[in-house]
Write a protein that binds this ligand. Structure first.
Ligand code: ZN
Length: 365
């Protein structure tokens, strides 16, 4: 369902770009086409640890070539053989600068042992889609690919180029596709503004658009590793100063020390229902009120948080008594099981980062 909502969203975006285009529901054939691409993407492991972005990019590139796009307009580019990004240019009349639409192809790692089914095999069951990336964001990728192919088939010519970038390493990994493209192939991305399709979207009620969600900010996170050392010894002659207990006590204190509420303008606008421009003027005067607001206080998601998570790409520290156990989960995920090896501290330090999601931030001028 979310997939079809995103389709509607993109069409709405195009409608804004060219008021001549009216919102039309996708045909059953187009829906089936989108679904086939969706399934194709889910069946490709694009996780950082074991997957290949290049395979997904190459298969989508072939879709565009089969639909008649020129080889010059479908570029497979990236830093290494596993992390190739796909940049597609849909030619318009060129009377304005292009619009860039961004989607990521990678997914968070998924350990099959944590799943009740294969995370890299698409399943539709009882009205639900299963598989890593069904929500974030291969559904959106499939729709973006489908939309461009459909628009071309229907002979739509926008007043400007539309650029689609499907990228690597948004979730994990060192080869952030957007950053790599901006640094190394900027000419492929130059645009009037960018739309990041990773968040927000249209909510439908029986096919009727109800709400267009726009993301104005996103939480940042930071990892902190806590290590306690001691002189060691033999367990038959115990002494005070066991570092495991010290670390456990420190983590316990962290858990019971809630961080203060960090209120941002966009958060205040959402929960207080007041216009952003008004809040920008008035917020300094109301900061105390907002901090004590009953509803805001209850919202854990609105505050800076601190939690323990597994550690990514590091060795589990002293609580494993020196046993090197690589943990491959994303450090942003909460642990499914808890062993001593998971006692690594993660402090969420700052709250707001302005993202360009669905905002014409004109960052690429
Ligand atoms: Zn995402």
């Amino acid at each position: 369902m979310k997939a079809y909502a995103a389709l509607a969203l993109l069409l709405i975006c195009f409608a804004f770009a060219d008021s001549l285009l009216h919102l039309q529901p996708a045909s059953e054939k187009d829906r089936q086409f989108a679904r086939a691409i969706f399934e194709q993407l889910i069946d490709i492991d694009t996780s950082h640890t074991a997957g290949s972005i290049t395979r997904a990019s190459a298969e989508m590139r072939q879709r565009f070539l089969d639909a008649g796009f020129s080889e010059n307009d479908v570029s497979l580019v990236g830093p290494n053989e596993r992390k190739q990004n796909l940049v597609v240019r849909y030619r318009g009349r060129g009377s304005q600068k292009p619009i860039l639409i961004v989607g990521h192809l990678d997914v968070v790692d998924a350990k099959p042992s944590d799943w009740t089914m294969d995370p890299f095999h698409f399943v539709e069951k009882d009205g639900f889609f299963y598989g890593r990336g069904t929500q974030d964001m291969k559904d959106g990728d499939a729709i973006l690919v489908t939309d461009l192919i459909r628009l071309r088939r229907e002979g739509y010519q926008p007043d400007r180029d539309l650029i689609l970038a499907l990228t690597a390493d948004e979730e994990n990994g060192p080869d952030d596709g957007v950053a790599w493209l901006v640094k190394n192939r900027r000419e492929l991305l130059n645009a009037d503004f960018a739309i990041n399709a990773d968040s927000g979207g249209v909510e439908l009620d029986h096919g009727r658009p109800l709400v267009v969600g726009v993301e104005a900010a996103e939480k940042l996170y930071a990892d902190y590793e806590l290590t306690v050392s001691d002189r060691g010894g033999h367990s038959s002659l115990p002494h005070t100063g066991n570092p495991i207990f010290h670390l456990a006590a420190a983590l316990d204190r962290l858990e019971h020390s809630p961080f203060p509420l960090s209120l941002t303008l966009s958060l205040a606008a959402i929960f207080l229902g007041l216009p952003l421009a008004f809040l920008r003027r008035m917020l300094p005067r109301f900061t105390g009120f907002c901090r004590n607001h009953r509803i805001l206080q209850r919202l854990k998601c609105s505050r800076t948080t601190c939690t323990t998570t597994p550690c990514c790409a590091r060795r589990v520290c002293l609580l494993d008594s020196g046993v090197d156990t690589p943990i491959t989960h994303s450090p942003r995920l909460l642990p499914l099981t808890s062993t001593a090896g998971y006692y690594l501290g993660t402090l969420q330090k700052r709250f707001v980062r302005i993202s360009s999601t669905f905002l014409p931030t004109r960052v690429l001028r």
